[in-house]
Design a protein around this ligand. Structure first.
Ligand code: ADP
Length: 483
């Protein structure tokens, strides 16, 4: 029996007891039979109402309760989205309520379906946007150019690692920080702010900008452009810094090279021209003077051809079109040839040119002319950058373990400052203080490096102390099976 029925039965029994007790109590004189004529009718009315209600509940309570339970189940099934669980036709008094529930649920279902579809669409869009964002960020991080994006409040919205390295800030900490707190260079900050304030969404600005940091300066080609939002307002600035320090150095080196090559070419050429003119004009009237003139012309022609050879050899090796004629050669024999050729130059400067005895039986499998050229350049430089009265020693060391033979050329010359050492073998590089000591093109050591390392798989090295002298060495692999 349901709770409703039990409570209805209880009310019914209580009301019946009251109905019987009232007249009995009045007859026993417990309360007046007529108390102003009001108490009895009110009490009777209440008892009749209670009896009526309880009686109604006794008869219909169960049905009503079942209907309400069914309606509740119906709503709960809808709530769980179980349309199949909704069955049975409601009784006539519940029909409007059930219809209302059905209609409301139907509308909710439609809305829910729409929302589910929209959510799916949004999820797909989110995934696509996230993939695109990751893609864009990967591209940004892979770029060697520094990229910095600032928003409309001049705060850093995005920056890649290259930007952090170039402008010396931590990329992770920089996000959402004011740009003037992230970048220490005030002129670059001003450029970014000015670009944003200009509000020019069409044109991009290109500026050459030099950043100085701890005595080191780097030059950048800076591109600045405004980013617009959907209302075509300036929403931020993208700043791209392309490091052109190396290009600028190379271009300076090239112009230095062009001027020194033209000078180097002009000097022997003018000398040749002058001596040829004197010969044509008959100014050399005796045999001895003519022989002197011919000698000068010959040596100047040799100098010219050496310079042109150097330029051509480097470009041939670099472009890989050089013809290499390898053979088993005795390195000491090549050293001896170089020493013989360089002796006159050394003697002219009272420089002592020594060669420590080397084991003749070691051979290298190499292009003889190239090895000769490399050694000639090293010994030539040693004489060139050593003041009069100095010493140049050529030594050979054999390392059986690594199967390498190293020829070192040690001089007591001007030496090389430590900061110049890493650049010595670069093309066109010359130590600036040495430009007044001797003429040159900055190609000799680059050619040595190409011959030894690129062509023969060896190694070049330098050790130097300014004012005391330098040791340049070239190591070549010993040829196998030859002794
Ligand atoms: P060049 O001598 O024609 O300038 P190199 O390529 O042979 O070109 O040498 C590059 C630079 O290295 C020289 O300009 C010079 O400054 C430095 N250098 C080379 N050899 C020596 C040396 N033995 N002592 C001191 N400096 C040297």
């Amino acid at each position: 029996m349901g709770v409703g029925k039990v409570s209805s039965l209880a009310v019914f029994v209580l009301a019946l007891a009251c109905g019987l007790a009232l007249p009995a109590g009045a007859r026993l004189g417990l309360w007046p039979q007529e108390s102003g004529g009001l108490l009895m009718p009110v009490l009777v009315g209440l008892i009749v109402a209670a009896v009526g209600t309880a009686g109604f509940w006794l008869v219909f309570g169960g049905t009503l309760e079942r209907d309400i339970r069914r309606l509740r189940n119906r709503i709960e099934s809808y709530g769980r989205g179980e349309l199949s669980g909704v069955s049975g036709k409601p009784r006539f008094w519940m029909a409007p309520l059930a219809r209302c529930v059905d209609q409301t649920f139907g509308k909710l279902c439609q809305k829910n379906d729409k929302l589910v579809a929209e959510r799916r669409e949004l999820e797909i869009q989110c995934r696509v946007t996230e993939a695109e964002r990751q893609h864009a960020e990967a591209i940004l991080q892979a770029m060697s150019d520094a990229v910095l994006v600032t928003d409309s409040f001049n705060e850093v919205a995005l920056a890649n690692e290259a930007a952090g390295e170039s402008l010396r800030f931590g990329v992770d900490d920089a996000r959402h920080q004011p740009v003037d707190r992230v970048i220490t260079d005030p002129s670059l900050v001003k450029l970014i702010k000015d670009t944003r304030e200009s509000g020019n969404l069409v044109n991009r600005r290109h500026v050459e900008h030099t950043v100085r940091d701890n005595g080191r300066s780097r030059t950048y080609d800076v591109t600045l452009c405004c980013v617009g939002n959907t209302q075509h307002e300036v929403a931020g600035v993208v700043t791209i810094l392309h490091d052109i320090t190396k290009e600028k150095e190379i271009s300076e080196m090239k112009s230095d090279f062009v001027s020194s090559v033209s000078h180097e070419l002009r000097t022997p050429l003018s000398s040749i021209k002058a001596y040829v003119e004197m010969l044509v004009d008959g100014e050399a009237d005796d045999e001895e003077t003519r022989a002197d003139f011919y000698n000068v012309i010959q040596s100047e022609t040799n100098r010219l051809s050496r310079l042109i050879d150097n330029i051509l050899n480097i470009s041939r090796i670099e472009s890989g079109v050089v013809k290499i004629q390898r053979e088993h050669i005795s390195l000491p024999a090549v050293i001896k040839e170089v020493m013989d050729v360089m002796q006159p130059q050394a003697r002219a400067k009272q420089i002592t040119l020594n060669e420590a005895g080397s084991p003749l039986y070691y051979q290298v499998y190499a292009d003889k002319d190239m090895v000769y050229q490399a050694l000639l350049n090293l010994v030539g430089n040693a004489i060139k950058y050593t003041p009069e009265g100095g010493t140049v020693d050529v030594d050979t060391i054999v390392d059986e373990h690594s199967r390498m033979v190293t020829v070192s050329v040690r001089d007591t010359g001007v030496g090389v400052p430590p900061d110049a050492l890493p650049h010595l073998f670069e093309k066109f590089y010359r130590v600036s203080d040495h430009k007044k000591i001797a003429k040159g093109t900055g190609l000799g050591l680059n050619l040595v490096k190409h011959i030894v390392e690129t062509v023969h798989g060896g190694r070049v090295a330098v050790d130097s102390e300014p004012g005391k002298g330098s040791t340049f060495s070239m190591a070549l692999p010993i040829s196998d099976g030859i002794s």
